[in-house]
Structures are given as structure tokens and as C-alpha cells.
Design a protein around this ligand. Structure first.
Ligand code: ADP
Ligand code: SR1
Ligand code: MG
Ligand code: MG
Ligand code: MG
Length: 385
């Protein structure tokens, strides 16, 4: 990306930027005195500022650094990722507006996005899982987000022409894909690079979801690309499994976390089952639309159509389990560990939790094809010695 027109902002210079940007002023009801600005970026890469005025608020995310924030200059990363994040927030927001924060403003030269401020009590899901909070609508909401965004950006919904143009656009996010290939995969699980199945979020761990008891919002799709659907589903489910295995390290005399572990398992099961139901319902509803993944001869034969759907969903479950376990392994022995384990202060307890998660992930990666239902996966988690 050209560096022309780019300047890294801080809490002070951001005020001047806001004042010089009419669309942002109007979001604040043009009340620009006494703005409160605070940098809250706790992710691995970027800067996030909350801007609150007397008549409005928003969040500014700036992909300011040409490298990974939590690593340093030795690991470069293009600022162009802001463009793909903004594009994906808008595209996923088009299909699932209730689960994606609205984008108010995008400045490509500044690698800067202004979006809805997910006000308290929204917190990052990973932190809620560490604290042992139940979210009764999480599976319902995440299955809605994943079924709508993945189905509506796939060839099941779009013509080959529309799909290819979109794939071509997102091929530009090549540096971030290279990063994912490097940190999540090595042979034999290389399928990630070969599939352009749908516009995936690309980094759908529990730190990319903000929640309250009745709201679920998906943030941070800077790694978005046309890739395999199972990469998103697996990221979400795999991170729930990590949360499950970390619970023993968070148990204390007041709360043994046993009931909470059962809630996590139910959420894993519900997420996949609801996803499957919603995804296949969308497929039924749009079978006579412009999608070009299958011949109409298949759609017009109810038996064949049912077989096609069953095969698609079985393959997708296996893909999700494979990608999910690769992502779990990466978070334990690779770069960028997760707070679920890192926040367990007792080193021997942490090692116990990590070892069990790693054992399970290794088995799941190798034996994923033997699981016919998500319930079998949940039973295997429970049965781990
Ligand atoms: P990174 O790409 O560096 O991981 P994120 O987009 O995940 O950045 O944002 C980092 C943090 O900023 C999040 O964990 C969350 O605490 C906060 N945040 C991001 N977007 C919003 C938002 N729209 N509303 C409120 N807080 C947000
Ligand atoms: C050093 S790796 C940083 C990681 O943070 C993001 O959330 C992605 O998962 C990336 O791999
Ligand atoms: Mg993040
Ligand atoms: Mg929205
Ligand atoms: Mg990010």
C-alpha cells in the first residue's frame, strides 16, 4: 500500500482527525467538545480507540503498524489488511446485520475504520469464558452468523461470475493468508490454500466475538479471504474446546466449573447442529436461485438433492474438525497463545490443561473422519482420561 497520506494516530491526533471528518462529526451529533478517547487494543495486531462524545460514540480501529504489534518489526504485515477488514465487515454485515458492527467510515490511505462502539456490558467472549459466564444465545447467534455469511458468499448462492470476481478481489489479501499458512498449517493439512468456498472471517476465535447475555457481535475480520468454510466453524468450535480444557485451571473452592464445562459442551453441540439446520434451510430456500455449485438435474431430484446436502455437511463437519484442531494446536505450541491457558498462574495446573487439550486436538486432527456427528465429538471430549 502507498504510504502517501498515511500517518499513525494517537489519542491526541485522533481528535483532529475526527474534527476534520464530517461523517464522524455527524455521528457525534456535531458535539465535539469534551470528547473522551481511549486506546483499548488488546489484540495481537492493531490499535483500537473508543471515542465518546455527549451525543454519540464510535470505535476507530487503525491498522497503523506495518508489522505485528505483539511481535515487533521483525514480523512485517501489510497495512492493506484494513481494506479487507472493512470490505468484509460490510459484506458480512449485508448478510447478517444483527451480528456485525456497522461500519461508519473507512479511510484506505490511513488504514482506518470507524465502526459501532459495542458498548458495555459487551465484553470479549474469551474473557467471559475465562470468568465462567454462560451466554444462553451464543450458539443461536453464532450459527446464524456462520450460516448466513458462509452460504450467501458461496457458489451455492452466487453465479460463477459473481463468485470469481469476489474471489479475485480478496486474493489481494495475500500477505495475511501467507501468515495464516505459516502459523496454523504445515503439511499434511494444506487444504486451506486450495479452496475458495466462501468469504470466511479468517480469524474467528473467541477473541473476535463480543458478547452480552443477549447480544453477539463478530469483530476483526482482517484475515478474510475466499477460503474453506470449515476454517471459520473450526476456529470457533476449536476455541470453545480450548476454553473447555482450560476450565480445570480456573476452578476454585467456590466454583468447581463442572456445570460450566457442561454448558460449553452443549454450546459446541448446539452451534454445529443449529448451523447445519440453518445452512441447509438457506440451501432449500435458494435452490432455484443463481447458485451454480450443482446442476439443476440434481436439485430437481429430491433424493439426489438430499444426498448432495448430506455429503456436503459431512465433509464440512470433517473439515471443521480438521481446521479446528490445527488451530487448537497452534495456540498451544505455536505463536500467539491464548489467555484461557496463559491466565492460569499455577504452572503445573496450566501444563495439565494444555496437555489434555493438545492430546485431544492431535487425536481429532488424525481421526476426524471417524466422527459422524458433533455429539460423538462431545462424548470423546468427555471420555478423555
Ligand atoms: P486486533 O486486530 O489487534 O486483534 P481487534 O479488532 O480484535 O484488534 O480489537 C482489539 C480489541 O478492541 C478487542 O478485543 C475489543 O476489546 C476492542 N474492540 C474492537 N472493536 C470494538 C468495538 N467495535 N466496540 C468495542 N470494543 C471493540
Ligand atoms: C503472531 S500471530 C498473531 C495472530 O493474531 C491474530 O489473531 C491471528 O490469529 C494471528 O495469527
Ligand atoms: Mg482481534
Ligand atoms: Mg449490525
Ligand atoms: Mg485482528
Amino acid at each position: 500500500m502507498a504510504t502517501e497520506g498515511f500517518r499513525a494516530l494517537d489519542e491526541k491526533s485522533l481528535i483532529e482527525y475526527v474534527k476534520a471528518t464530517p461523517s464522524l462529526c455527524s455521528k457525534l451529533g456535531n458535539q465535539l467538545d469534551d470528547l473522551q478517547i481511549k486506546e483499548v487494543g488488546d489484540g495481537n495486531l492493531n490499535f483500537v480507540y473508543i471515542v465518546i462524545g455527549s451525543a454519540g460514540s464510535f470505535v476507530i480501529k487503525q491498522q497503523a503498524l506495518p508489522y505485528i504489534r505483539c511481535i515487533g518489526e521483525s514480523w512485517p504485515m501489510t497495512k492493506e489488511r484494513a481494506y479487507f477488514e472493512a470490505l468484509t465487515l460490510k459484506e458480512h454485515g449485508r448478510w447478517c446485520p444483527d451480528r456485525v458492527p456497522e461500519v461508519y467510515h473507512f479511510d484506505r490511505a490511513m488504514a482506518l475504520i470507524a465502526m459501532r462502539y459495542l458498548e458495555p456490558p459487551h465484553i470479549v467472549l474469551r474473557k467471559g469464558l475465562i470468568a465462567g459466564v454462560e451466554y444462553p444465545l451464543l450458539a443461536e447467534h453464532m450459527s446464524e452468523y456462520m450460516s448466513k455469511t458462509l452460504f450467501c458468499t458461496s457458489l451455492l448462492y452466487h453465479s460463477t461470475t459473481v463468485h470469481r470476481l469476489a474471489v479475485a478481489e480478496f486474493c489481494g489479501n495475500l500477505e495475511l493468508c501467507k501468515h495464516t499458512e505459516q502459523v496454523v498449517f504445515s503439511d499434511p493439512y494444506k487444504e486451506f490454500c486450495e479452496r475458495a468456498q466462501a468469504l470466511i472471517h479468517g480469524d474467528l476465535h473467541t477473541g473476535s466475538v463480543m458478547v452480552t447475555c443477549d447480544s453477539t457481535q463478530v469483530i476483526d475480520p482482517e484475515f478474510a479471504v475466499y477460503g474453506p468454510m470449515g476454517f471459520d466453524i473450526g476456529a470457533f468450535i476449536g476455541n470453545l474446546i480450548l476454553a473447555f480444557f482450560s476450565q480445570d485451571g480456573h476452578a476454585d473452592p467456590v466454583n468447581d466449573r463442572k456445570a460450566y464445562k457442561q454448558w460449553i459442551l452443549r454450546t459446541i453441540e448446539d452451534t454445529w447442529n443449529l448451523f447445519q439446520k440453518k445452512f441447509t434451510t438457506l440451501w432449500d430456500e435458494h435452490k432455484d436461485g443463481s447458485g451454480e455449485a450443482y446442476l439443476s438435474a440434481i436439485y430437481n431430484n429430491p433424493e439426489l438433492f438430499l444426498l448432495a446436502k448430506r455429503k456436503y455437511m459431512k465433509d464440512l463437519l470433517h473439515d471443521s474438525l480438521g481446521f479446528g484442531s490445527a488451530k487448537m494446536i497452534r495456540r498451544i505450541v505455536g505463536v500467539a497463545h491464548v489467555e484461557d491457558f496463559e491466565s492460569i498462574h499455577d504452572a503445573s495446573k496450566r501444563a495439565y490443561c494444555e496437555r489434555r487439550a493438545l492430546e485431544f486436538a492431535k487425536m481429532l486432527l488424525k481421526e476426524r473422519r471417524r466422527f459422524q456427528t458433533i455429539n460423538e465429538v462431545v462424548i470423546a471430549i468427555q471420555d478423555l482420561p
